[in-house]
Design a protein around this ligand. Structure first.
Ligand SMILES: C[S@@+](CC[C@H](N)C(=O)[O-])C[C@H]1O[C@@H](n2cnc3c(N)ncnc32)[C@H](O)[C@@H]1O
Length: 325
């Protein structure tokens, strides 16, 4: 009823309601303000700010790290430079050494003398001695390659344990140069009258070397267990034999049975120097008490004092001679 609504009590009520509504509105406005101010923290724009500042923080930290590591980087650069310089140097030096070796080979005058290492005693050796023989043969090969008068190097009767050791421990042997490696026995390779077996048990003493001959060294590391075996073999086959003239030139405090590489190197040294005595002094280890015949054993020549010719050799290569001292 409209009239009733416009009556005084009704008007009063309306005013009261309105004022109540106004109050309500003020409260709502305030809380909306509050809401808005709260929302500014979590509004999408602010979230972006937070992500950005995270990025910035990261960037800043990265920059700081970069600054801190500046010294380290400098140091690393220095080291790399130094390394490159060293590499260049060693390359150059290596090249020089190599070309010096090549030069030495080119300047070498090969001898026609044949030196045979007879590997037919394989079954007489234990595997540890086969390994020692292998090393002695490697040494012979290396010495012949750098010799001023390299010999015609033969390895005969190669097979069995020695061949296995070579295949397992030094596959590169198949590329060895200036060497005749044969499975055949030396009597099938060289005619009998050209052969001279070198053996310490022979009564014949070598005075000089004949470049037309083939000298045979027994490929054996036996610690004297097979005494005289090569001498007996040479006699059986009717082959000439001889011992090195050790007693004529040097006195030794050990037996005169030498290791394969020592005999090989003495021949090379004799071809170079033309003197047995010099060859013995150059090759034989000082500990064998080598002194020249006619010298006081307590006062050996200066050269021998200074040169332990064995000092750079493979220690195992000399084990054979050590066992006999
Ligand atoms: C370790 S020896 C072997 C010893 C072995 N019992 C033998 O009957 O020949 C290795 C080889 O070097 C040679 N050899 C060692 N001493 C020698 C010497 N004084 N004169 C000549 N040849 C020698 C021999 O050919 C010998 O077979």
């Amino acid at each position: 009823d409209l009239n009733a609504a416009n009556s005084a009590p009704a008007r009063h009520m309306t005013t009261a309601v309105c004022s109540q509504m106004a109050d309500d509105n003020t409260e709502k406005q305030a809380s909306a303000e509050e809401d808005r101010s709260e929302k500014t923290v979590s509004s999408p724009g602010d979230t972006e700010n937070q992500v950005l500042s995270k990025r910035q923080r990261k960037k800043l930290m990265k920059q700081q790290k970069w600054e801190e590591e500046r010294e380290q980087r400098k140091q690393r650069r220095k080291e790399r430079k130094q390394q490159r310089r060293l590499q260049r140097q060693s390359h150059q030096e290596g090249g020089e050494v190599q070309s010096a070796r090549k030069r030495a080979r080119r300047e070498a005058t090969p001898s026609s003398l044949r030196l045979v290492v007879d590997c037919s005693f394989d079954s007489l050796m234990l595997i540890k001695d086969v390994h020692k023989l292998h090393k002695q043969i490697q040494r012979c090969y290396a010495e012949n390659r750098r010799a001023s008068h390299p010999v015609q190097f033969y390895l005969t009767s190669l097979g069995g344990q020695l061949r296995q050791s070579m295949d397992e421990k030094d596959k590169g042997w198949v590329n060895w140069k200036d060497i005749h490696i044969q499975t055949e026995h030396y009597t099938e390779v060289v005619s009998q009258e050209e052969l001279v077996y070198l053996t310490s048990d022979s009564p014949n003493v070598l005075t000089e070397l004949d470049p037309r001959k083939a000298y045979v060294i027994g490929g054996l590391v036996d610690h004297n267990h097979h005494k005289g075996v090569t001498f007996e073999r040479a006699k059986e086959l009717g082959i000439s034999h001889a011992q090195l003239p050790l007693s004529s030139f040097v006195k030794m405090n050990s037996r005169k049975v030498l290791a394969v590489n020592h005999v090989f190197e003495i021949i090379l040294a004799y071809l170079e120097k033309g003197s047995w005595q010099e060859a013995f002094f150059t090759v034989l280890p000082q500990r064998k008490g080598v002194v020249a015949v006619g010298w006081d054993a307590t006062n050996p020549p200066k050269k021998d004092d200074e040169t332990d010719s064995d000092s750079d050799s493979d220690p195992e290569a000399t084990a054979q001679t050590e066992g006999r001292a």
